[in-house]
Design a protein around this ligand. Sequence first.
Ligand code: FES
Length: 125
Amino acid sequence: MACAAEPTSSSTPNGSPLPPVIDGRAFTLELANTGEVFEIPADRSALDVLAETYPGIPYSCRRGFCGTCKLTVVDGEADHRDGSLTAAERDAGCLLPCVSRAAGDRLVVRADLHLPSTAIPEEKR
Ligand code: FES
């Protein structure tokens, strides 16, 4: 099962304030596609941090409902905080980085459809 949503254009939030991260812990997020490592602060989402480097990363609700931001965890344990992934999707490694986090100190994820091909080193395509 692939954990990538259909590629769509990014959309901005509908203007309502996003809920704050509750009981967040800082963690390290490695993007398996590129080998890049991102430090995710306790008070920010992984999606927010990734979007700084990849502003075209698809997302919509930013609340764990729509599934647009779906990534695949390839290493590490997820702290799922969404309200939409099925048990089968979670078992397959799906993660919604707009709300979900690492249960430990580190997660490695793939963002199969979310990166421009030029961002991915040839040996990792
Ligand atoms: S943006 Fe909607 S679930 Fe992440």
